[in-house]
Design a protein around this ligand. Structure first.
Ligand SMILES: Cc1cc2nc3c(=O)[nH]c(=O)nc-3n(C[C@H](O)[C@H](O)[C@H](O)COP(=O)(O)O)c2cc1C
Length: 338
């Protein structure tokens, strides 16, 4: 049984990755319904939180049905990180995650995200400041290192554990790799099998099928797997993986009715949470993934993207349902296009 503090996560939890502009409450709701064991918000700027920026504050919204859920923060300075940890604490998530892995320029230029992999003493200072400022279990998500020549995750893991974190997620790439190449799980396995490491280690990177998830469990011994892109437009991935672990067999992929139903649910939640304008606008990035693999879908996808109201969008979804009734999808779980 994997535990983080008092949170029990079962034998081999499947985590939904924090993803900017994707892992919001509407998306988390559909992933939870399909079996995600733990989920995170997208990263939230510690500076934004203490400035009380509306956008940052809205990202703190969590709901009881999502639990266990973690809020992820990032930043490069101790004081804002400590203060934002207190703000997060007051919103009562189940845990607080620190992002030491974001490779994006606007983040690393400020000495935050993956930049901190270049300065381990600073990483430890920031982590200790956060741990001291909250009663929540603190977890970290990071990468193997800054670049090929400085993969320091083994040292980083030990020192973060000593600083008081309660679980570590490792994305098997360096910062300079961004999302290129394929994730290397060898070092993730080494961290997990280091006898000094007692906290749960979750592996992340390029897990897109039930077989791959099982291989990561058996080959590298990780305590659980975090899924990012493969869940976008395909929240069934969690359910399919669990079924495969239990039975060794594949669930049939969702039929068109199920696809449209979950897309509709996502859409409705998006409108309810973000309002009629933003809710419609921000769903646009998801349609391609929900409809992936359907032949000749381009015109329908264009109509969805052009729709301006919930009613209009739902009408297009109805037409898709009718048009593709009985269509059987062959394969599932291919990486999403984001
Ligand atoms: C669109 C997008 C946004 C992301 N935003 C975040 C983020 O806010 N915080 C974070 O720790 N990682 C973020 N990531 C990285 C993912 O959490 C994950 O580590 C990465 O996608 C690799 O996992 P995957 O191969 O399963 O997608 C993001 C990734 C994507 C594709």
């Amino acid at each position: 049984m994997v535990k983080i503090g008092d949170i029990s996560l079962g034998d081999f939890p499947l985590l939904l990755a924090p993803m900017e502009d994707v892992s919001d409450p509407p998306f988390r709701a559909v992933c939870k319904a399909q079996g995600a064991d733990m989920m995170y918000t997208e990263f939230i700027s510690s500076e934004g939180l203490i400035r009380d920026a509306i956008k940052s504050r809205q990202k703190l919204d969590i709901f009881d049905y999502e639990r266990p859920v973690g809020i992820q923060i990032f930043g490069g300075d101790e004081e804002p990180m400590a203060m934002s940890a207190q703000i997060v604490d007051a919103t009562r998530p189940d845990l607080l995650d620190i992002n030491f892995g974001c490779p994006v320029k606007k983040v690393v230029c400020k000495g935050a995200g993956a930049a901190i992999l270049k300065d381990v003493p600073k990483m430890i200072r920031l982590t200790s400041a956060v741990v001291r400022s909250t009663r929540l279990p603190v977890t970290v998500k990071t990468r193997l290192g800054w670049d090929e020549g400085s993969k320091n995750i083994e040292e980083v893991a030990e020192r973060l554990q000593d600083a008081g974190i309660r679980a570590l997620t490792i994305h098997g790439r360096t910062r300079t790799q961004l999302y290129k190449g394929s994730a290397d799980w060898t070092l993730i396995g080494k961290v997990k099998n280091n006898p000094r490491i007692k906290i749960p280690i979750f592996g992340n990177g390029d897990v897109t099928t039930p077989e791959e998830a099982l291989t990561m469990k058996n080959k590298y011994g990780v305590d659980g797997v975090m899924i990012g892109r493969a869940a976008i437009g395909y929240p069934w991935i969690f359910r399919e993986m669990k079924h495969f672990f239990q039975t060794g067999e594949h669930l049939p992929p969702p039929d068109i009715e199920a696809r449209v139903a979950v897309c509709r649910e996502h859409l409705r939640r998006s409108v309810a949470w973000k309002g009629p304008v933003l809710g419609i606008l921000e769903m646009r990035r998801h349609y391609g993934n929900y409809l992936r693999g359907l032949p000749h879908i381009k015109d329908f996808r264009t109509s969805l993207v052009m729709s301006k109201t919930l009613e209009e969008t739902e009408e297009v979804l109805d037409k898709i349902s009718v048009c593709y009734e009985g269509y059987e999808q062959a394969a599932s779980g291919a990486p999403a296009v984001v």
